[in-house]
Design a protein around this ligand. Structure first.
Ligand code: APR
Length: 234
């Protein structure tokens, strides 16, 4: 049985038509991280933050999963049907839902989900319906304490215990489409490489490239399906 943990970043969704964060036309060239992706930014100007995420939601509604998302979903399907003796956990930094729309179920969103909101009073994470402002009442506890269900800079990513356990137990760690500059995800390769093989798929060398056993350069829609075919035989 082969246990694979796949870490995905914005690069896997780029060919679906979603912007990455740090590329030439990256999101952070147009917006200041401190205005949008911090609790202070939301407290200062919630309308602006709401507008930013509503823009991303509109873009997400217009795009589809690509061949790389679908290949990873196929891998999970092969594991479920027993045609491949392995298991795959996708740990994604992405807040889009393209892995799920491609058919993957074993997905951990460490930076939260665009299509959910979170109540800071009761902890509920209901599906997004319209604006998410501090005065919007939570559908569960009715307190006006909703915010986007997105992990902002300075906050602790979700599911870290589960992710670290999976990294400790894996035989192969694969990073796809991530620049390797945002921690803790950027440190996963260090954790895994003590006992597991490590592979990176990226358009160009990343900040972590030297830490991986193997780096495959190129567009994820070409490189990832090829690799999945090699692993699963289908
Ligand atoms: N195929 C493969 N890799 C690609 C492709 C592609 N088609 N397009 C871009 N890439 C690579 C880029 O070369 C880059 O190294 O994907 C990487 C994307 O890097 P970032 O934009 O920094 O995205 P990511 O690593 O996911 O960012 C991490 O930063 O602000 C945040 O919270 C946000 O989760 C995000 C975190």
């Amino acid at each position: 049985m082969q246990r694979i943990v796949v870490l995905t970043g914005a690069g896997i969704s780029q060919e679906s038509g979603l912007q990455t964060f740090r590329g030439e036309d990256g999101l952070w060239n147009h917006e200041r991280i401190s205005d949008i992706c911090t609790p202070e930014g939301f407290a200062r100007d919630p309308l602006r933050v709401d507008r930013f995420y509503n823009g991303l939601r509109a873009e997400l509604a217009d795009v589809q999963p690509n061949a790389a998302h679908r290949a990873l979903a196929h891998m999970e399907e092969c594991a479920a049907t027993g045609t491949w003796d392995g298991e795959i956990l996708i740990v994604t930094q992405n807040i889009d839902d393209l892995h799920e729309r491609a058919g993957s179920r074993n997905v951990v969103h460490m930076h939260g989900e665009l299509m959910r909101v979170r109540c800071t009073s009761c902890g509920a994470t209901p599906a997004w319906h319209g604006d998410c402002l501090p005065q919007t009442p939570c559908p569960h506890c009715h307190r006006p304490t909703l915010r986007p269900d997105v992990v902002w800079f300075g906050e602790i990513p979700y599911h870290m215990a589960r992710i670290e356990a999976a990294l400790q137990a894996c035989d192969l760690f694969v990073a796809i489409g991530t620049s390797g500059v945002v921690y803790p995800a950027a440190g996963f390769v260090q954790l895994a490489r003590t006992h597991a093989d490590t592979m990176e798929f990226n358009m160009e060398r990343s900040a972590g490239t030297d830490l991986f056993d193997q780096t495959v350069l190129g567009p994820a829609t070409k490189t990832v399906p090829r690799w999945v075919r090699e692993i699963t035989g289908s």
